[in-house]
Design a protein. Structure first.
Lengths: 322, 265
């Protein structure tokens, strides 16, 4: 094996890349015309973009060896805020307010984790319930939507429209992958983020303010979850109290399938997005092939476990080749 | 080294330092001062307070009372970042390198060099690789080790070499070595000790923490012995032999132990 293949095989997202390739082969064999129709792939990519956006944030938090269980509720709350506040604040004001809400939740949770020294799993579990509760209180359980002329606003179209026949969400996700991957792998902050997750005591001993690094990670994660909600509702402005239910688990599953280790310091943002693609496409194809929709959650669970075993197997294989 | 340089205010001075961890009194009224260009052997049994003392100096622990002066200036806030800024590099037993990062990334951790592309600051990988490759070669790591390899692939001695190389490279004023030769082979141990002396000869203050009085007596200019959170002995090397110092450690521990056993009855 050549050097470049070996380095490639050691990428944390190598398993997810193979997984996506396998899915394309399998789905092409089972259901060629269905899979390759523009509508199917288009829809899958649209969902992938939304889940992928949340999964990128989750991956960043996992890389600093924390976890954020609140992203599903933050996604829901930000979406509801965007739609509800639009009536009073207009599109730009509502978008800003909704993102501020998302960012503040991330900041509060980071403070509880850092200053309160409470494990992030507990803090964000609290965040999950608290934000979901706020949704119920705020909406009274009703479904809300946005008037058509607001939908046509240029700013709303920037996130929910199309460009060259491609959904805006997909383009935004592509931009985010490139931008945030550069930040994580090529900047000072990224180096410190990876160090904080890999070995916090070492990071501290080298003078890194790990509390600040973690705060940025949590805020970024909540902002990305909020941004995913804007992408969703700008395209299809219907909200319900269950908006974003279980999305936190899908996002964690996507990040893990994509090669993020819960032990911190290792992972891949592209991998998290590929993980989101795997989850989304399996769900979509199962439904379109006639499997009962309720099976989907069981299936996601199996995919996560299979992916982890597969990733470990690949990692061992790659080191053996070295 | 000129006499004038030795006479000026000590590089590090600690006065009446006290530190409690809950009910445990880890540092008891410790006062000590260290000058540049010296190699200090800080010796004592487990739990004597050596590591706690250097953790105060490197900004990890904040003392409950007492003062710390760097170069005559009082330290007001304790954080590793400020200690590093003053030029204190601490080589700890199990801390200092991230396994998940490459040697080059570890080498510059916390003071990464920057190269601007269209005004955006990116890591200067070229500089990071060059400096760490130089250390890999001069410190005699295996030939097939490259700056891009992850630290998890290195042996204990190689890790220690990288840490020392980093301390030398950044022209620090103080290098604190906490049990630097643990888990090292004989050859690696000699190499690390040579480096400690070289740094001293370059005018750095080197604080060398160990259990092994015989080993450090050969290297050090001055020996400080701690016991149960107190400084018990502080002598220049020529004042006492290694055997006499070993006796102090042995008896110091025993006397205090007996006293505390007798007291309750």
């Amino acid at each position: 094996m050549t050097l470049s293949t070996r380095i490639f095989a050691r990428r944390p997202d190598f398993g997810a890349i193979i997984g996506v390739a396998l899915l394309f082969v399998v789905f092409s064999l089972i259901d060629f015309s269905g899979w390759w129709s523009g509508r199917t792939l288009g829809n899958i990519l649209q969902f992938t973009a939304i889940l992928g956006c949340i999964a990128i944030g989750q991956a960043i938090v996992i890389m600093v060896k924390e976890i954020d269980l609140s992203v599903g509720s933050v996604y829901g709350l930000t979406g509801i805020a965007y739609i509800t506040l639009e009536a009073d604040l207009g599109i730009p004001g509502a978008m800003l307010a909704a993102m501020t809400i998302a960012g503040s939740i991330g900041f509060l949770q980071a403070m509880a984790v850092i200053k309160g020294k409470i494990p992030s799993m507990i803090v964000t579990l609290g965040g999950l319930f608290a934000a979901r509760g706020l949704i119920y209180v705020w909406t009274g359980g009703s479904v809300r939507t946005m008037p058509a002329d607001s939908r046509a606003h240029w700013l709303n179209q920037l996130f929910g429209g199309e460009l060259f026949g491609i959904d805006a969400a997909i383009l935004w996700l592509a931009l985010l992958i490139v931008l945030l991957s550069l930040v994580v792998w090529r900047t000072k902050f990224g180096n410190r983020l990876l160090a904080t997750g890999g070995d916090e005591n070492t990071a501290l001993s080298q003078g890194i303010r790990t509390d600040r690094v973690k705060t940025v990670a949590f805020v970024l994660c909540s902002l990305l979850a909020g941004f995913a909600a804007i992408l969703t509702l700008a395209d299809d402005p219907r909200t319900h109290v269950t908006l974003g239910d279980l999305m936190e688990l899908e996002a964690i599953a996507a990040a893990v399938i994509g090669g993020c280790l819960l032990t911190g310091g290792r992972g891949s943002l592209l991998g998290a997005v590929l993980g989101a693609f795997i989850i989304t496409s399996v769900r979509y194809q199962m439904i379109s092939l006639g499997a009962p929709a309720s099976w989907y959650i069981t299936f996601v669970g199996l995919v996560v476990i299979a992916a982890l075993i597969f990733n470990q197997f690949l990692a061992r294989w790659a080191t053996k080749q070295a | 080294m000129s006499v004038a340089a030795i006479k000026k205010s000590p590089l590090i001075e600690v006065r009446n330092l006290n530190l409690h961890f809950g009910a445990f009194h880890a540092l008891k009224n410790v006062s000590v001062s260290f000058e540049a260009g010296q190699l200090i052997g800080l010796v004592g049994d487990n739990g004597a307070g050596k590591t706690t003392l250097i953790k105060v100096l490197s900004g990890i622990h904040k003392p409950n009372s007492g003062e710390v002066y760097f170069d005559g200036e009082k330290v007001r806030e304790f954080h590793p970042k400020l200690a590093i800024k003053f030029g204190i590099e601490t080589l700890q037993q199990s801390v200092g390198l991230c396994d998940n990062l490459s040697i080059a990334r570890n080498f510059y951790l916390g003071r990464e060099p920057i190269k601007r592309w269209f005004g955006i600051p990116f890591l200067d990988f070229k500089k990071m690789r060059e400096a760490s490759t130089k250390v890999i070669r001069t410190f005699g790591l295996r030939d097939n080790v490259s700056a891009d390899d992850l630290v998890e692939m290195l042996s204990g001695g190689e890790r220690q070499s990288i840490k020392i190389g980093r301390a030398v490279e950044f022209k620090n004023r103080v290098v604190i070595m906490d049990e630097p030769t643990n888990h090292l082979s004989v050859r690696e141990r000699e190499h690390v000790n040579e480096l400690a002396q070289q740094m001293r000869d370059q005018g750095l203050l080197v604080i060398y923490i160990t259990h092994d009085i015989h080993q450090v007596h050969k290297l050090a200019d001055r020996i400080v012995i701690m016991e149960n959170g107190e400084k018990v002995t502080d002598v220049a090397k020529h004042e006492m032999t290694a055997d006499e110092l070993e006796e102090v450690i042995r008896c110091g521990g025993r006397v205090v132990e007996k006293a505390s056993e007798v007291a309750p009855s």
